[in-house]
Write a protein that binds this ligand. Structure first.
Ligand code: F6R
Length: 611
């Protein structure tokens, strides 16, 4: 998604802005640009493609100056072209960078064209620049001009604005898209993500919805809320050390993040497990009262996070006795849900800024839920701030667009919720203590699975020339099959589908032939024998089977149509977590073989802050 960075400093800001853009690359983008105020004039470069292309332009013709704004664009209105890249200018008067969507831009554009403005791009953003120029022409100061302009905008946006009429200040606005202020020593910054600024500061102010900010000389930061009142927002220290945005010795962020899972699963568990149970207080001081009122759960999320929610439904119903509904946010937010008494609203999100999930939470607030819980990886994110209680997943920054460690730590958090709610409800279930014990050994077992990397890499050869793949699982492993398919399609561009194995004969079996690899996870659980029958159905149709099976599971792999890779024993409840790992590695190696852009797959963005 689009990324914003801005700086007002006493030194040249070009390097700061460029480094910030590089750090925003992981969000996904198709073009980049920068405007710096130099000797009273707006100077700009824009380039299609990677930030490196912009860096090349800057090398040829640097943009010196102490105040500037820059942007990575993820196209919504208009193709990725130089003319559509930000910053957008209105003549020599004003420059704007924008994240989000202006829903009423067509009406505004017609008005502005009628008023004599000529548009040079197909973007919604350009209307903001021209409207600002009109207001500034009336003698209004930049801050008030931005206020008057945003009052006419519909939709969601974060903006960074500068003008030679007031050199040395940058104005920012946050309305539906994230924006943070970086507090430096005698300098101040804006960004859509603190990661963009870790090279210059670890102190951040997270703007609230509707806030406007003016960054000025000497690092001054002036914030007003949506009602125009001056406000002080707390300065928070970013908890991760710099260096998180580096690949280390790994070839890709995705691989690094896959291998970080034992460590971050430990972090997600740390301080949250009792000897035999999970205290509700692990979810914060308000959680015990909230959980005591909880009779059922509505889980809302998107993409991979939604798959975590689907796994949790199996867990919460079996181990906590709590009925659960799970739905993707983009559907839920436009439904007319009937909310049963005592329903807890749970959102799952790596970023905490996913527009649909955030909108679903806001929509849910008027519907009579007993409260809201966010399970999220980014402290200070909108979802966390707007929920009644939150549990951080502690995965650390996830840079690869394909979610890996964020997913498994969400699963850990959801198992903690299961055990905690089960306890609150005093569901008689002797297994809780066993699961708590198993959770403590989980990081070590994950390490053993990751040690199979070489074998999985060898297996990936069989997929490189294929165009389709089917992933099968049963019970709580059906969502793991969905997640395996999503990972493969998003980074290798191989068309993949996840199915409950029992559903195969109701349609997808028609697709199975020697060109269709079928991947299945086969832990040793109650459904194993049923799964084995389903796998026979595949073999009988000439399908090529790849099975990740528990070490105790015997599957005849004497014929070359079946490949079995054995995984170490794990408590049945935790198997969905463990069986995710080989599927992540498989997708990764297939993508590397196919030569795709593993960390920034085409058309995708890390943080989906538009609807
Ligand atoms: C897939 C992936 C996406 C995200 C989805 C939700 O690998 O990463 O499907 O899971 O966009 O994002 P969050 O979890 O940030 O709300």
């Amino acid at each position: 998604m689009c990324g914003i960075i801005a700086a007002v400093a006493q030194r040249n800001v070009q390097g700061i802005l460029l480094e910030g853009l590089k750090r925003l690359e992981y969000r996904g983008y198709d073009s980049a640009g920068m405007t710096v105020l130099h000797e009273g004039a707006l100077t700009r470069h824009r380039a299609v493609g990677k930030v490196a292309a912009l860096a090349d332009c800057l090398e040829g013709a640097p943009l010196p100056g102490t105040a500037g704004i820059a942007h990575t664009r993820w196209a919504t209105h208009g193709k990725p072209t130089e003319a559509n890249a930000h910053p957008h200018h209105s003549g020599d008067t004003v420059a704007v960078v924008h994240n989000g969507i202006i829903e009423n831009f067509e009406a505004l554009k017609r008005e502005l064209e009628a008023g004599g403005h000529t548009f040079t791009s197909q973007t919604d953003t350009e209307v903001i620049a021209h409207r600002l120029a009109d207001v500034l022409a009336g003698g209004v100061g930049l801050f008030d001009a931005v206020k008057q302009t945003v009052d006419t905008l519909g939709g969601a946006y974060a903006l960074g604005v500068m003008s030679p009429q007031e050199p040395g200040i940058v104005v920012g606005v946050r309305q539906g898209s994230p924006l943070v202020v970086g507090v430096g020593i005698d300098e101040a910054f804006l960004a859509s993500d603190p990661l963009a600024l870790l090279q210059v500061t670890d102190r951040f102010i997270y703007l609230e919805e509707g806030d406007m900010v003016e960054l000025g000389a000497g690092g001054s930061v002036h914030i007003v809320d949506r009602d125009g009142r001056a406000v002080e927002r707390p300065v928070r220290i970013f908890e991760y050390a710099d260096g998180v945005a580096s690949k280390g010795d790994y070839r890709h962020f995705m691989l690094k993040e896959i291998f970080e899972q034992p460590k971050v699963i430990s972090a997600a568990l740390e301080g949250r497990l009792g000897e035999h149970s999970v205290p509700a207080e692990s979810f914060g001081p308000e959680a015990p009262a909230l959980f005591a009122q909880t009779r059922q759960i509505q889980i809302i999320a998107c993409g991979t996070s939604y798959h975590a929610g689907l796994v949790a439904r199996y867990w919460l119903e079996r181990y906590a006795g709590v009925p659960v509904q799970v739905e993707v946010a983009s559907e839920f937010r436009y439904r007319h849900p009937v909310v049963a008494e005592g329903t807890l609203f749970v959102t799952l999100s790596q970023s905490g800024e996913t527009a649909d999930t955030l909108a679903a939470l806001r929509f849910a607030k008027g519907l009579g839920y007993v409260g809201s819980l966010a399970i999220c990886n980014v402290p200070g994110s909108s979802l966390v701030r707007e929920s009644d209680i939150a549990l951080m997943t502690h995965a650390g920054p996830e840079i690869g667009v394909a979610s890996t460690k964020a997913f498994t730590t969400q699963l850990v958090a959801l198992m903690l919720l299961t055990l905690s709610l089960g306890k609150c409800k005093t569901t008689p279930n002797g297994e809780h203590a066993e699961i708590v014990a198993a959770l403590k050994t989980l990081p070590a077992i994950c390490r053993q699975v990751l040690a199979l990397d070489g074998e999985i890499e060898a297996l990936s050869q069989a997929f490189a020339e294929k165009h389709h793949a089917l992933f099968l699982g049963r019970g709580a492993h059906f969502p793991i099959a969905l997640e395996g398919a999503l990972k493969l399609k998003e980074i290798s561009y191989i068309h993949a589908e996840g199915y409950p194995a029992g559903e195969l004969k109701h349609g997808p079996l028609a697709l199975v032939d020697s060109e269709m690899p079928v991947i299945s996870v086969a832990p040793n659980d109650d459904l194993l024998e049923k799964l084995k029958s389903n796998l026979q159905e595949v073999r009988a149709r000439g399908g090529q089977l790849f099975v990740f099976a528990d070490e105790s599971v015997g599957i005849d792999d004497s014929e070359d149509d079946v490949t079995v890779l054995h995984l170490p024993r794990v408590h049945e409840a935790l198997a969905p977590l463990l069986y995710t790992l080989p599927l992540q590695l498989l997708s990764y190696h297939v993508a590397v073989l196919k030569g795709t852009d593993v960390d920034q797959p085409r058309n995708l963005a890390k943080s989906v802050t538009v609807e």
